[in-house]
Design a binder for this molecule. Structure first.
Ligand code: ADP
Length: 246
């Protein structure tokens, strides 16, 4: 299948230390692609490179044939790489629906100028309600975000990312800090929203990776240690050794 996101020779050095050290990634369109690896492997740094939060020291990042290397996060998001989870910058007193309306407005020409104008925002209500329905929040559309439970707030953050209609949805540890019930619900949610989309997922929980990922890239010391379907990866002796700390 065609790659929608590729990196070539991607390096991020902090001083003399290469946290990401020559990573080639090929994310197939329509797939869920997980980035895993032991602590310190470079997952977060690679994720930050993809979102434009870090500038690469060298190498290239390409989305749908377009070179996005070195672009800032807002441009990267507009060009189709949207991230969700661990954002937590929701406005306490806005409702779930208002949050999604604002996200929809932000990607159109009306932009943020009208963010106080209820009338301008109302035209986004039907789509906002569709997105809330997709993430299981239809019944909570008029609830303010400070009244939403943790797992629900994260679902709302997912709806905000989907509002950008990303070419690739980037999920940074979507189940971090969740109890078993919320983890199960989040896996179901991602399984639903992945339909017709491409997802890159950084995730510690291997059960989550096994449930969702088509392809797994295992990082170690900033380099790709192994790559393939989860069933192969979990049996790979190099991967097992990496997780056991060699
Ligand atoms: P992971 O997410 O896989 O646990 P990280 O990408 O957070 O790994 O970190 C990889 C390595 O890079 C670690 O050794 C970490 O200490 C180092 N590192 C990450 N960010 C910085 C930074 N801003 N400055 C210096 N070193 C960093």
């Amino acid at each position: 299948m065609a790659s929608i996101l590729t990196t070539r020779g991607l390096v991020k050095a902090f001083g003399g230390f290469r946290a990401v050290d020559g990573v080639d990634l090929d994310v197939a369109e329509g797939s869920v692609h997980a980035l895993v690896g032991p602590n310190g492997a470079g997952k977060t740094t690679l994720f930050h490179l993809l979102t434009g939060f870090h500038r690469p020291t060298s190498g290239a990042i390409d989305v749908a044939g377009r070179d996005i290397t070195g672009l800032p996060p807002d441009r990267v998001a507009r060009l189709g790489l949207a991230r969700s989870f661990q954002i937590t910058n929701l406005f306490a007193k806005l409702t779930a629906r208002e949050h999604v309306e604002l996200a929809l407005a932000a990607r159109t020409s009306i932009g943020w100028r009208f963010w106080r104008s209820d009338k301008a925002l109302r035209r986004f209500s039907p789509r906002a309600l569709e997105l809330l329905d997709e993430v299981g929040l239809a019944g909570l559309a008029d609830t303010t975000s400070d009244a939403l439970a943790y797992g629900r707030r994260r679902a709302l953050e997912l709806a905000l990312a989907l509002a950008l209609e990303p070419r690739v949805l980037l999920l940074d540890e979507p189940t971090a800090g969740m109890g078993a019930e919320d983890v199960d619900r989040t896996v179901e949610l991602i399984a639903r929203v992945r339909e017709g989309r491409t997802v890159v997922l950084v995730e510690h929980n291997m059960n989550v990776v096994g449930s969702l990922a088509d392809t797994v890239t295992v990082l170690k010391h900033g380099q790709v240690l192994a790559e393939g379907p989860y069933a192969e990866i979990r049996r790979d002796p190099r991967v097992v050794a990496a997780y056991l700390g060699d």
